[in-house]
Design a protein around this ligand. Structure first.
Ligand code: NAP
Ligand code: MG
Length: 476
């Protein structure tokens, strides 16, 4: 399946002004396709098209009609799940099963926000005698979207669907390391029949197309998911233009396991939370914080499970696919070396497959100090660190002793303890006796502390891309 190495601007496919970029299949280190390489001029055209579409059409389209178009997109995406998952799998190295889940979720985001479009109600507010006051949620205008390479399909639905449902138009810049399936989504969006300019796609490098979008004065809301370093740049750009920004900058999420937990139930969930997408997940469960009296038994069982995990090319549907690029693989290896230098120990690692792919079999590490580099920073690879705790207070202290605060899990059969610990952990989402990285279209999601701010998913996402307008009526 070949996608166009072009941008989608004002309802037309046009070449990038800076040429093309090759995309790599990380399972085999072969070429997976091409995308357009874009810069200031392309982004400027896209922003102008989005502004025009907002002023003339989309900002005036009935909410119910916006919802109907989003439903059409959801349906057309649903009809193309096979090809979308194949493209996503070849481009990112995701096992094909995971890629299919992601493709379904992309469609599901459009479905959810299609239904939400005409249910974004305002309030009526009691005020002085002789007045009526009501509020309404109005779109902000042109929204900018910069997403990373780890979940291109999911992120496209997650960020675009609420912005469009609320009446905004959009300019979208996916990551240079993986976006072929995103290009296909835009081809399908074109078929579904949005008015020209409502959604625009500009592909390319972060410091070219990305920087041009983040710097553009014509953007009214900027949504960014990626590294804290680039997040800061995007936020500074937004400060220059005085506009809201949503930042999702990853996490170092703890799974806190008490000695009264159902370990049988927890075990596969704990493993999956770190191997999903080869650990390249902002909400990966990367720190296992475990009560000391069950530590040895749980670690013993985890070692057995980690050794059995199969790593390999994504099209063979392994437990764990490759890391996205050679550069990211070297970054993960660097983290592990630094951890060993800091006194950590490798407890288990799966077998490394042959071939040219960028493979890093999942690894379990013990003797990890929570202050060490590996316990504090996002590895973005399948590396689970185990840290013991004494009692509830100690568990909470360790769970919160990081700069990030994205998600967390608490495993216990004690209802009171579960709620107390959930309340005490600083995270945008806390699971009790479960873990769900990525999923949950209905569930508000976003960071505390250095994980960022603003909320995606659920109804909250609609609040982020709208402003409250209060209308005060004097009866006269
Ligand atoms: P990144 O550089 O922050 O990339 C995120 C997005 O920002 C990409 O679309 C990127 O484009 C774009 N970008 C890069 N420089 C930009 C600039 N100056 N202005 C505007 N946009 C710019 O992240 P990465 O290099 O792909 O990954 C590095 C690390 O970030 C990972 O190891 C991981 O720790 C973290 N990360 C976190 C998440 C998350 O979900 N929170 C996702 C991915 C990565 P290009 O891809 O073309 O550079
Ligand atoms: Mg980058």
């Amino acid at each position: 399946m070949k996608t166009q190495a072009k941008n989608y601007i004002n309802g037309k496919w046009v070449p990038g002004t800076l040429g093309k970029i090759d995309m790599i299949n990380p399972s085999y280190n072969t070429k997976a396709g091409e995308i357009a390489r874009s810069g200031d001029q392309d982004v400027d055209k896209a922003v102008k098209a989005a502004r025009n579409a907002f002023n003339r059409v989309w900002g005036k389209t009935d909410a119910a009609n916006r919802g109907r178009i989003l439903y059409k997109i959801a349906n057309v995406l649903e009809e193309h799940l096979d090809e979308l998952s194949e493209l996503e799998s070849a481009d990112t190295g995701k096992p094909i099963k995971q890629a299919r889940t992601d493709a379904s979720l992309c469609a599901r985001y459009f479905e959810f926000y299609a239904g939400a479009a005409d249910k974004l109600h305002g309030d009526t507010i009691p005020f002085m005698d002789g007045y009526s006051v009501y509020t309404k949620r109005v779109p902000l205008g042109v929204t900018g979207h910069i997403i990373p390479w780890n979940y291109p399909l999911q992120m496209t639905g997650r960020t675009l669907a609420p912005a469009l449902a609320a009446g905004n138009t959009a300019v979208f810049k996916p990551a240079e390391d993986a976006c072929l399936a995103v290009v296909r989504v835009f081809e399908l969006i074109h078929e579904a029949g949005f008015p020209p300019g409502v959604v625009n796609l500009v592909t390319g490098l972060g410091d070219e197309a990305g920087a041009a979008l983040a710097n553009h004065p014509g953007i009214d809301h900027m949504a960014f998911t990626g590294s804290p370093e680039v997040g800061k740049i995007v936020m500074k750009n937004s400060a220059d233009h005085i506009r809201p920004v949503l930042l999702e900058l990853g996490g170092k999420s703890p799974q806190v396991v008490f000695n009264d937990a159902d370990i049988e139930a927890a075990m596969p969930v704990i493993v999956n939370a770190i191997i999903q997408n080869a650990g390249q997940t902002c909400s990966a469960g990367s720190r296992l914080v475990i009560q000391e009296d069950i530590h040895d038994d749980v670690v013993h069982e985890l070692i057995k499970r980690f050794k059995k995990l199969k790593t390999g090319p994504a099209d063979k549907n392994p437990d764990v696919g490759p890391i996205i690029t050679k550069k990211q693989l070297e970054r993960v290896e660097g983290f592990v070396q630094r951890a060993i230098d800091d006194g950590a120990e490798i407890l288990a690692q799966g077998d490394k497959p042959d071939g040219e792919g960028f493979f890093f079999p999942p690894m379990l590490m013990g003797r990890v100090n929570n202050e060490s580099f590996i316990a504090q920073n996002e590895v973005f690879g399948p590396v689970l660190t185990v840290i013991p705790f004494k009692d509830e207070a100690d568990a909470i202290r360790i769970a919160n002793d990081v700069e990030y605060g994205l998600i967390a899990a608490v495993w216990t059969k004690d209802v009171g303890k579960a709620h107390r610990v959930a309340e005490a952990i600083d995270a945008g989402q806390v699971y009790i006796n479960g873990y769900g990285a990525g999923g949950g279209v209905e569930l508000p999601f976003g960071g505390m502390k250095k994980s960022g701010f603003g909320r995606e998913k659920g109804f909250e996402a609609l609040y982020d891309v709208t402003a409250v307008k209060t209308v005060i009526v004097n009866h006269g």
